[in-house]
Design a protein around this ligand. Structure first.
Ligand code: FES
Length: 937
């Protein structure tokens, strides 16, 4: 605080505040950095995401766009001002009970926007809620439960009692998030909320070129000019291996580039110093001499004859091939009654989690001369990150501790390490805490995306509609570095047929290097792109045979006992038929409604589409283990040590529900230690929809293990009832009652006296040279139906309703399962209609569009519980399955409405209009009668 700065006085949450600061500072920064009010979250610093929404004199404002000088003499209300005396207000309670906060990073902004609404309109309708909350983006929830919560708060129904399941009744209960309260009060700490006040700041300097050679000149002059600049890291400063990547054989990405950059946004240096200095230095001041070269953009250019090889060992720029082959496709196509084929294209898609990458690192003195590095960061993969950072820092894995913060959305994008090696290297070398946070443009330019795909496929069926053959080839643009390219290339061929029995299959893929943003993991690992192709072709075949699209899918659906394209016999849970049967009456009614609507003519045409999906849970043909432990200490505290990072999907709650019922103790008795690599066992990464199935099973086994030990100590039978009563466990078995005094039991290293452990690695087999084997132990199935309206003059598409039937095995927590489905559908809607990341063009959240609260229609969810025998209490996974069928269902609805099939997504108005014009259907008269027709674009 400088005495020369003006004194500003205003009110925050009813308290007067006076401070000396620059009047032009962002209010968000002052609230967070000066006043410690970290509940105001910064997602973009540009007024696009609304996460930092606060009230100024009762009106909504993005605190990142308000200069603190503008609030002098005014009232500011932040999320910290909502609860009174530690008691949540009715709006916060409604959010809690309706599951309206998933990751929670948007929640403060949502709460403030809703508070403003309720203050001026005590009884809003849904339209008013959507209008008032329209400036705040949420990437997790699909907004539906947020709308529900605001309406419930207005109605006063939020005053209902909490769901507090009794012992043995947690699985299946709508338990509110066990870690949910902090997300509602502003106390939750994300990656940018945890650094100590004395931490140095780090900022990366990035390439403005997609492909270039470069050299860095002497750095001393820059450091002399800026005394606050303590270090400029370059590739030479990386202590260990300057390479990282997901697979041991494909670690091809440097932490800091070495003389060559392969994509725009690649880091070449990092500035470390005090925050003001780091912010002041322009990238152009760093003495870098660039020699730009023509970048290789797109799959076609990368695979053209003579294209420059971007990586040694890959002269054709093909990173990896994938293959599944079964039966004689040539013979089957020759005998087919109908064949449908097509070429499909998808774009880069940005994860657009509202929390940019952030964290801090510090070096800790160790014993025996072995110092340690501790990294607090938002991550989906603490153990994988620990091992990567050990390699980069040249340390043993045990010298690295990852302490995950709350994660403000991930969706696959926080599986790869990002700023962690930079802040860790800086902290290690300077022996000072170092923090960093990516700007929104930096986050979008530098981190992974969904793979753009070019897919050609054809399917054949007999005269009765039974599928007989499929040929599929997918090229996936993996960008400059491998990341999860091999995973996508291997997963897609397995799923290329869709969830249908096809006796003859040839499915091939390639992951291809280009000079574009690395593509990595994003909710579905290539399966959403493949589903766009196979579902369009299912529709085409049904049309050829004049069959109903739902009936066609039902005829071919995989079911228990079916053999997949990899030769795997589905031994148990495969609930697609049940999903389709649940949709069937709604489907027929919706088709009839659309046809009735269209009969009146006009440029707005309605259609209904359907799409199915299947998804192998967990890694493809790889070991996929998880370990969980649960312990009781001498005071009777029951703790689940849960290494499965909760990125908003709710695994912290799900694991407790499962473990509680396995142990036979009420869920409310549990405390949780989550994700710290020093305190929890490795539960694997939060990806591939695996945590409920794999880690949930481990949590069940841990609970059962502890229960066995307690029953053995009490010498009672398996039906005994366990009760925790302070420092005593009371075990009752019929008329027998035994007490276990915890203080008398020997103490373990972590302070517990009893401990149960569970380990689960789903049984899979490797795929052979023809892609034959059992790549997954369990598959989720789903069918979704989309109702949409197309303006055939403008090419605009409005989705009116989605009905989603999902086989989840067992719904551990219906509120959370519904939330996952809503969120997946919103992302699928974005994939279908609006999301296309173009490197260098739309690296922000006003040019890159994601669905807002106004874009997501009502969603009806139907949960099918076809129990998976391997899963915890029968559960499978839902994270990725929720997204996969949405885009093809919407594209099917567009076709049903307008008669044109869009084969390149997103189906933006210009593309839809161009397709309509190409098909001669650009007006009401042209489109009339298209519903249910057989026209093609
Ligand atoms: Fe809204 Fe995660 S809960 S962004």
């Amino acid at each position: 605080m400088s005495p020369r700065q003006p004194l500003l006085s205003f009110e925050v949450n009813g308290r007067p505040v006076s401070l000396r600061t620059q009047p032009l500072r962002r209010l968000a920064d002052v609230l967070r950095e000066e006043l410690g009010l970290i509940g105001t979250k910064v997602g973009c610093n540009a007024g696009d995401c609304g996460a930092c929404t606060v009230l100024v004199d009762g009106a909504q404002h993005c605190a990142c766009l308000v200069a603190v000088g503008q609030v002098a003499g005014r009232r500011v209300t932040t999320v910290e001002g909502l609860a009174r005396g530690g008691v949540l207000n009715r709006l916060q309670l409604a959010f809690h009970r309706h599951g309206a906060a998933q990751c929670g990073i948007c929640t403060p902004g949502m709460l403030m926007a809703a508070s403003e609404l309720l203050a001026r309109n005590a009884k809003p309708d849904e339209a008013a809620v959507r209008d008032a909350l329209g400036g705040v983006l949420c990437r997790c929830t699909g907004y539906r439960k947020i709308v529900e919560a605001v309406l419930a708060a207005a109605d006063g129904v939020a005053q209902e009692a909490d769901v507090t399941p009794a012992a043995g009744e947690a699985v299946g209960a709508r338990l509110a998030k066990t870690d949910g309260i902090a997300k509602l009060t502003g106390e939750e700490r994300y990656g940018d909320d945890v650094a100590p006040a004395d931490a140095l700041w780090l900022r990366a300097v990035r390439s403005p070129h997609g492909r270039a050679r470069f050299s860095i000149g002497p750095l001393e002059p820059l450091q002399r000019r800026y005394p606050g600049l303590l270090r400029v890291l370059t590739a030479e400063d990386i202590c260990g291996q300057n390479r990282f990547g997901i697979y041991p054989v494909n670690k091809d990405q440097p932490v800091l580039a070495e003389g060559v950059v392969r994509f725009r946004g690649e880091a070449v240096a990092a500035l470390v110093g005090d925050g003001a200095t780091i912010a002041q230095i322009a990238d152009e001041e760093v003495p870098i001499r660039w020699e730009p070269e023509a970048p290789v953009i797109g799959i076609e250019a990368a695979t053209a004859p003579g294209a420059p090889a971007l990586h040694a060992g890959h002269p054709d720029n093909v990173l990896v091939h994938g293959l599944v082959r079964r039966g004689d496709t040539a013979a089957a196509f020759a005998e087919a009654a109908a064949v449908a084929e097509g070429r499909f294209e998808t774009a880069f898609v940005e994860h657009a989690y509202i929390e940019p990458e952030a964290g801090y690192a510090r070096r800790l003195r160790g014993t025996g001369g072995k110092d340690r590095i501790e990294i607090h960061t938002c991550t989906q993969s603490p153990y994988m990150g620990r091992d990567e950072l050990a390699l980069v820092l040249g340390l043993e894995p045990g010298q690295v501790r990852i302490v995950p913060t709350a994660v403000g959305g991930g969706f696959g994008g926080k599986l790869d390490i990002s700023l962690q090696p930079l802040i860790a290297t800086a902290a290690w070398l300077l022996d000072r805490p170092v923090r960093g946070v990516y700007t929104r443009p930096e986050s979008m330019a530098a981190t992974t995306k969904r793979h753009p795909a070019t897919i050609t496929a054809r399917f054949a069926c007999d005269a009765h509609g039974r599928l007989s053959a499929a040929e599929f080839h997918g090229d996936f643009n993996t960008g400059a570095y491998a990341s999860w390219g091999p995973t996508v290339a291997n997963r897609v061929p397995v799923h290329a047929t869709g969830p249908y029995a096809v006796p003859a299959v040839k499915a091939t893929t390639r992951a291809i290097y280009t000079n574009e943003t690395p593509a990595g993991a994003f909710r579905g690992f290539g399966v959403p792109q493949a589903a766009i192709a196979h579902e369009a072709l299912m529709d085409e075949l049904a049309l050829h045979l004049a069959m109903d699209p739902l009936d066609f899918r039902r005829l071919n659906a995989l079911k228990t006992g079916s053999v997949t394209a990899t030769g795997q016999k589905l031994a148990a849970s495969a609930g697609l038929l049940a999903c389709l049967d649940a949709l069937a009456p709604k489907w027929r009614a919706a088709r009839a409604r659309a046809e009735a609507f269209n009969a009146s003519g006009g440029v707005r045409r309605r259609g209904v589409g359907i799409a199915c999906m299947w998804y192998g849970i967990g890694n493809t043909s790889l070991s996929n283990p998880s370990t969980m432990t649960v312990g009781i200490d001498r005071e009777g505290r029951l703790t689940l040590y849960n290494g499965a990072v909760d990125i908003g999907q709710g695994s912290n709650t799900i694991m407790v529900q499962i473990c509680a019922d396995a142990l036979g103790v009420a869920a409310g008795k549990f405390t949780l230690v989550a994700g710290d690599t020093d305190l929890t066992a490795d539960a694997g990464k939060t990806s591939a929809s695996r945590q409920t199935f794999v880690s949930g099973k481990a949590a069940q086994l841990a609970g059962e293990d502890l229960r066995r030990q307690i029953l053995r100590l009490a010498n009672v039978g398996p039906q005994a009832v366990i009760a925790l009563e302070g420092a005593t466990i009371v075990v009752s078995d019929g008329g027998v009652r035994r007490a276990i005094e915890l203080a008398k039991l020997p103490l373990r290293a972590n302070g517990d006296v009893l401990s149960g452990s569970g380990h689960f690695d789903p049984p899979t087999t490797p795929l052979d040279e023809n892609g034959q084997g059992a790549p997954y132990a369990s598959y989720a199935f789903a069918a979704q139906m989309a109702e949409a309206e197309v303006d055939v003059e403008l090419g605009t598409v409005k989705v009116l309703r989605i009905t989603a039937a999902h086989d989840v095995g067992r719904s551990i927590n219906p509120t959370q399962v519904e939330g996952q489905i809503h969120g997946g559908i919103a992302q699928g809607l974005g994939l279908a209609l609006m999301e296309e990341f173009i490197p260098g063009r739309n690296e922000n959240l006003h040019d890159y569009l994601i669905p807002t609260i106004g874009d997501v229609p009502p969603i009806e969810t139907i949960l099918i519980e076809d129990a998976e025998p391997l899963g915890p209490f029968g559960a499978k996974g839902i994270g990725e399955p929720a997204l996969i069928p949405t885009a093809p269902a919407i594209l099917g609805a567009i076709h049903h409405a307008s008669g044109v099939r869009i084969r390149r997504v997103p189906a933006t108005p210009d593309r839809v209009r161009a397709a309509l014009l190409a098909a001669g259907r650009g007006g009401a008269a042209d489109a009339a009668g298209s519903t249910g027709g057989t026209r093609h674009d």
